[in-house]
Write a protein that binds this ligand. Structure first.
Ligand SMILES: Nc1nc(=O)c2c([nH]1)NC[C@@H]1CN(c3ccc(C(=O)N[C@@H](CCC(=O)O)C(=O)O)cc3)CN21
Ligand SMILES: O=c1ccn([C@H]2C[C@H](O)[C@@H](COP(=O)(O)O)O2)c(=O)[nH]1
Length: 277
């Protein structure tokens, strides 16, 4: 996971200080790209211990089209708590856009089902895209995330905004455009989540996993994360672990938590850090 440490070093060296919505302050760059060859191992950060359980449950929750944190809470995952209403709603965030994009004439588009069908039917297509960015449901920036969710808008606009697939030589690659990236807390989750999604989509399309390409808009280090960043940079990464997925699953909506097994994950200890709300 040298790529991740290189991103941290790049932002420290080239970034500029910038204020942000949360009032925390960041060091930020605009535009950066990382690439992970998924045949070389599973890209889970090793310079701190990452909670893969949260990542898997979050991805399964997106794929079910769910936008209420009830499922996450029931599985001990608390990463979305700060943004949800008292009844657990986040408004039409990822799950809603991926599985039930509402058209103006009242139809509902399941982007994930369409994507799988398109990859199978026209693997050379240059239109294999899923978008979470829907200007019709963006939050009103004068209101808090919770108030937006209560009003039926997204609590937060999607950070992992749009992703595209590419098939070549029997291998499936995925590129994500992430408009805004909290490098210490969000990015390790985002890399592992999209690497896993690429492997799952590849399996159900009878392809091998290729590359995960991670492209960033505003990639930032929060100013209250700099000690944790230095600690990670002082650590030597371990070899990448391996992810085993139950090969019997052939439906993208048929995966459960028990279908994933991470092998040989050796990591440095976890690092605590405050999250900017
Ligand atoms: N500032 C900010 N950064 C984010 O990464 C982020 C948001 N806000 N808002 C929406 C979601 C929620 N995400 C989160 C929220 C919390 C953690 C977090 O606290 N991670 C800890 C503990 C992990 C766990 O409990 O599983 C970590 O050490 O990684 C990570 C991603 C990613 N997103
Ligand atoms: O998957 C995610 C979700 C969120 N983030 C980070 C990126 C920003 O630090 C905040 C969102 O704030 P905005 O003002 O809406 O950009 O959350 C992430 O890194 N990954």
């Amino acid at each position: 996971m040298k790529q991740y440490l290189d991103l941290m070093r790049h932002v420290l060296a080239e970034g500029h200080q910038k204020t942000d919505r949360t009032g925390t302050g960041t060091i930020s760059v605009f535009g950066y790209q990382m690439r992970f060859d998924l045949s070389q191992g599973f890209p889970l950060v090793t310079t701190k211990k990452c909670h893969l359980k949260s990542i898997i449950h979050e991805l399964l929750w997106f794929l079910q089209g769910d936008t209420n944190i009830g499922y996450l809470k029931a599985n001990g995952v608390s990463i979305w708590d700060e943004w949800a209403t008292d009844s657990g709603e986040l408004g039409p965030v990822y799950g809603a856009q991926w599985r039930s994009w509402q058209t103006p004439d009242g139809q509902v588009i399941d982007q994930i089902s369409q994507l799988i069908a398109d990859i199978k039917r026209t693997p050379d297509s240059r239109r294999l895209i899923v978008s979470g960015w829907n200007p019709a449901v963006l939050p009103d920036t004068r209101m808090s995330p919770k108030d937006n969710a209560a009003a039926g808008r997204q609590a937060l606009p999607p950070c992992h905004t749009l992703f595209q697939f590419y098939v070549n030589d029997g291998k499936l690659s995925c590129q994500l455009y992430q408009r805004s990236a909290d490098i210490l807390l969000g990015v390790p989750f985002n890399i592992a989540s999209y690497a896993l999604l690429t492997m799952m989509v590849a399996q159900v399309c009878e392809l091998k996993p290729g590359d995960f390409v991670h492209t960033f808009g505003d990639a930032h280090l929060y100013l209250n994360h700099l000690e944790q960043v230095q600690l990670q940079l002082s650590r030597e990464p371990y070899p990448m672990p391996t992810m085993k997925i139950n090969p019997a699953v052939t439906d993208i909506f048929g995966f459960t938590f028990a279908d994933f097994e991470l092998q040989n994950y050796q990591s440095h200890p976890a690092i605590k850090a405050p999250i900017a709300i």
